[in-house]
Design a protein around this ligand. Structure first.
Ligand SMILES: Nc1ncnc2c1ncn2[C@@H]1O[C@H](COP(=O)(O)OP(=O)(O)OP(=O)(O)O)[C@@H](O)[C@H]1O
Length: 626
C-alpha cells in the first residue's frame, strides 16, 4: 500500500501527503456536518420534531447562519489550502524526479553508453511514470490516510444519531477492501501487463521505423505492419481489460457501500427514536453515509493506479540507484598538464616496462613479425597510455582482449589496426571508460582508467566514432553542442581542416540548417563534421574509431595528414580497417584475435612480412602507389 522505496525518491514529501489527508478530512467533516445542520433546520421550519442527536443545531436564524457559514468557510479554506499544497508538491516532485532521471542519462560520470533500459521505457518513465508517482503522493496516499481518518469522522457524526448505524457503516468501511481483494491481484497483474505491452509495442515501432528502408528493400514492411497491428490490438484488448477491472472493483465497492447504508438506515428505523424524528435520523444516516464512504470509493478507483505508481516509482528508483552506483569514484588525478606531468614523474618505469623497451629496441624485421606481446612507443619520460597484461572479458564470457602490453607516448599518432573482430573497438571502449571491468592495468597519465570518473576521462579524451550522432540544428550547433561559444574563426578553421569549407559556403554559412540525423549531408560529410567537432575540444588524447570509414579517398588522405599533424600536440589513436590511413603514423599496434600480434612503424611492419604485411598486401591493390 505504502512503498518505503518511493518515500526516498527525489521531491517526495510524506509530510505534505499527510497534511493533504488531514485537510481533506477536515473539509469532509465540515461538508458532512452541513447535512444534519440542514436537515435539522429544514425539519424545524416544517414543524417536525428534531432528533435529540441534532439538538446542538441552533434554532435561531443568526447562530444557524453563522454555523452554516462557518462550515462552508472551513470546507472552502481546507479545499483551497489542499489545492495549494497539492500543486506545490506536484510541481516540486515532478521537477525533482524528471531532473534526476535526465541527469542519470546525461550525467558526465556515467560510465556506460548503454542506458540499461530501452529508450522507450525511459521516455515513458520520465513522462507518465513521473506523473503517476506524483499522483501517488498527491492523491493516492492522501486518500489512503483519509480513508482511515474517515472512520473517526463516521463515529463522530453517526454515533450520536444511531450507534448501530454507525457500527454498520464502520464495518462496511473496514470490509470494503476485503470485497475487492480477490480480484485486486488479477487487476494489478493486468495493469502491469498493459504497461509491459505498451513498452513492447513502442520499442517494436521505433525499431521498425528506424529499419524502414531495409524493410522496404526486402519487401518485409507489410509483415512488420501486420505484426505491429496485431501487437497494437493486443494492447487495446489489455487496456479494455484494465478498464473492465476498474469497473468491476467499483461495482463491488458500490454493492458493499449501498448494502451497508441500507442496513444502517434499517437499523435507524428499527431502533431509533419514533415519529418524524426517525425520518430525519434516517435522512442523516443515508446522506451523510454516502459522503462518508466517498474517500474510500475514490481509493478503490485509484487502487490500481496506486499499484502501478509503486511499480513505476521502483523502476525510476532503480535507474537513479544505478546512477549513484556509477558515482563516487575515487579521487582521480588532475586533468591539467601539470598534474599529469607530476603523476608521470612518480611512476618510474618498472621491470616489465624495461623489458618491453628492450623488446622494442631489439625488434628487427623478424622479431616484429613474431608475437609482439609488449610494445613501448613512449619514446620519452612523459606518460601517455599504458597497458599491462590487459585482459577484457565481455559479460557473456567472451574474452575479447588477452594480455595486452604497450606504452604509448603523451604525443604522437598511433594506429590501432587489425582484422574485423580483433578487439580494436573493445580497447577503445576501455580507454574511453565505456567498458569497465578489465583485468590487468590500463593507465592514462599514470592513473588507472578504472579509477577515473567519467568526467575526468571526458576531460582528457575526445572520442570520435564514425557513427557519432549529428543533431538536428545548424552546422554551428553541431560543432558546439555544449554552447561554449567558439568564435566563427575557430569553427571555420576546424571545418577547413576536415575539408568542409566548400560545404559551409554552399549551404550558406555556419547557421545553415542540418536535417535530423544529418539527412542533408553525405555519409562522409557527416563523419568529417564529427571530426571537426572533436578538433575543437583540443584534448590531450584523441581516439578516432573508424571515424573516416565513409570518407572518400581524396578526403581520407587529407584526414590522415590531419591526424599526423594533430599527433604533434596530442596523443592520437586512430582505429581503422584501412591501413593506408596510418601509413605515416609514428607507430602501429596490430591486433589479432584480441592479442597484440605486432607493433612498430609502418615500414617496419611491412618488412616483417607478418599478419600486418599480409593485410596490407590484400588492401594494396585498392590503394594508390602500392
Ligand atoms: N558486447 C559484446 N559482447 C560480447 N562480445 C562482444 C561484444 N562486443 C564485441 N564483442 C566481440 O569482441 C570481439 C572484438 O570486437 P571489437 O568490436 O572490439 O572488434 P573490432 O576489432 O573493433 O572489429 P571491427 O573492426 O569489425 O569493428 C569480437 O569477436 C566481437 O564479437
Amino acid at each position: 500500500m505504502i512503498s518505503k522505496r518511493l518515500l526516498h525518491l527525489p521531491g517526495a514529501r510524506m509530510g505534505a501527503s499527510l497534511l493533504l489527508a488531514l485537510l481533506q478530512t477536515i473539509g469532509a467533516l465540515a461538508e458532512v456536518l452541513l447535512l444534519p445542520v440542514a436537515i435539522a433546520a429544514v425539519g424545524r421550519s416544517l414543524g417536525l420534531a428534531v432528533p435529540h442527536a441534532l439538538a446542538w443545531v441552533p434554532g435561531r436564524p443568526g447562530p444557524l447562519a453563522a454555523l452554516i457559514g462557518g462550515l462552508i468557510l472551513v470546507r472552502f479554506l481546507t479545499q483551497a489550502v489542499a489545492r495549494f499544497v497539492s500543486a506545490r508538491l506536484a510541481d516540486g516532485m515532478g521537477k525533482a524526479l524528471s531532473q534526476a532521471l535526465y541527469l542519470s542519462v546525461f550525467d558526465p560520470n556515467r560510465q556506460e553508453d548503454d542506458l540499461g533500459v530501452p529508450a522507450q521505457t525511459l521516455a515513458r518513465l520520465s513522462t507518465e511514470g513521473v506523473k503517476s508517482v506524483v499522483s501517488y503522493f498527491t492523491a493516492y496516499i492522501p486518500a489512503l490516510v483519509q480513508t482511515a481518518l474517515m472512520l473517526v469522522v463516521t463515529l463522530a457524526v453517526l454515533l450520536p444519531v444511531s450507534p448501530l448505524a454507525a457500527a454498520i457503516v464502520v464495518i462496511g468501511m473496514v470490509s470494503l477492501p476485503l470485497a475487492s481483494k480477490p480480484t485486486m491481484g488479477e487487476n494489478i497483474k493486468v495493469q502491469l501487463g498493459q504497461l509491459r505491452k505498451y513498452d513492447k509495442v513502442g520499442v517494436h515501432f521505433e525499431h521498425a521505423l528506424r529499419g524502414l528502408n531495409t524493410l522496404k528493400i526486402f519487401g518485409a514492411d507489410q509483415r512488420q505492419a501486420d505484426d505491429l497491428a496485431e501487437e497494437s490490438e493486443g494492447f487495446r484488448r489489455i487496456t479494455m481489460g484494465v478498464l473492465a477491472g476498474q469497473l468491476r472493483s467499483l461495482i463491488k465497492a458500490d454493492v458493499v457501500i449501498y448494502t451497508s447504508l441500507i442496513l444502517a438506515v434499517a437499523a435507524t428505523v428499527l431502533i431509533g427514536q419514533g415519529g418524524p424524528a426517525r425520518v430525519l435520523s434516517c435522512l442523516v444516516v443515508a446522506l451523510a453515509g454516502v459522503r462518508l464512504f466517498a474517500p474510500e470509493r475514490q481509493l478503490v478507483y485509484m487502487m490500481h493506479s496506486g499499484m502501478v505508481a509503486i511499480k513505476q516509482g521502483k523502476a525510476i528508483d532503480d535507474i537513479l540507484q544505478a546512477r549513484q552506483g556509477s558515482d563516487g569514484k575515487s579521487a582521480a588525478p588532475g586533468t591539467t598538464a601539470e598534474s599529469r606531468k607530476s603523476t608521470g614523474s612518480e611512476t618510474a618505469p618498472d621491470a616489465s616496462l624495461e623489458t618491453s623497451e628492450e623488446a622494442v629496441r631489439e625488434s628487427d624485421s623478424e622479431s616484429a613479425s613474431k608475437q609482439a606481446d609488449q610494445a613501448d612507443m613512449s619514446g620519452d619520460d612523459s606518460l601517455g597510455i599504458s597497458a599491462r597484461d590487459l585482459t577484457y572479458t565481455y559479460p557473456d564470457g567472451f574474452q575479447a582482449l588477452t594480455d595486452l602490453n604497450f606504452n604509448l607516448p603523451a604525443k604522437g599518432h598511433v594506429g590501432l589496426v587489425g582484422a574485423s573482430g580483433s578487439g580494436k573497438s573493445t580497447l577503445a571502449g576501455l580507454l574511453s571508460g565505456r567498458l569497465q571491468g578489465y583485468a590487468g592495468e590500463l593507465t592514462i597519465g599514470g592513473c588507472q582508467i578504472c579509477d577515473l570518473s567519467r568526467e575526468e576521462l571526458v576531460g582528457l579524451q575526445t572520442v570520435v566514432r564514425g557513427t557519432d550522432h549529428i543533431f538536428t540544428g545548424t552546422i554551428r550547433s553541431n560543432l558546439d553542442p555544449a554552447g561554449l561559444g567558439y568564435s566563427d574563426w575557430e569553427l571555420l578553421d576546424a571545418l577547413d581542416q576536415v575539408g568542409l569549407t566548400g560545404l559551409v559556403q554552399s549551404k550558406g554559412g555556419l547557421d545553415a540548417h542540418i536535417d535530423p540525423e544529418g539527412g542533408n549531408l553525405s555519409g562522409g560529410q557527416r563523419q568529417r563534421l564529427s571530426i571537426a567537432r572533436g578538433l575543437l575540444r583540443r584534448s590531450p588524447v584523441y581516439i578516432f574509431d573508424e571515424a573516416t570509414s565513409a570518407v572518400d579517398r581524396e578526403h581520407d588522405a587529407t584526414l590522415a595528414a590531419l591526424m599526423d599533424a594533430l599527433g604533434k600536440e596530442s596523443l592520437v589513436l586512430t582505429i581503422t580497417h584501412r591501413l593506408a590511413g596510418v601509413r605515416n603514423a609514428d607507430s602501429i599496434l596490430f591486433l589479432q584475435e584480441g592479442r597484440l600480434a605486432e607493433s612498430g612503424g609502418f615500414r617496419e611492419l611491412l618488412d616483417a612480412g607478418g599478419g600486418f604485411a599480409a593485410q596490407w598486401k590484400e588492401q594494396a591493390q585498392y590503394e594508390d602507389g602500392e
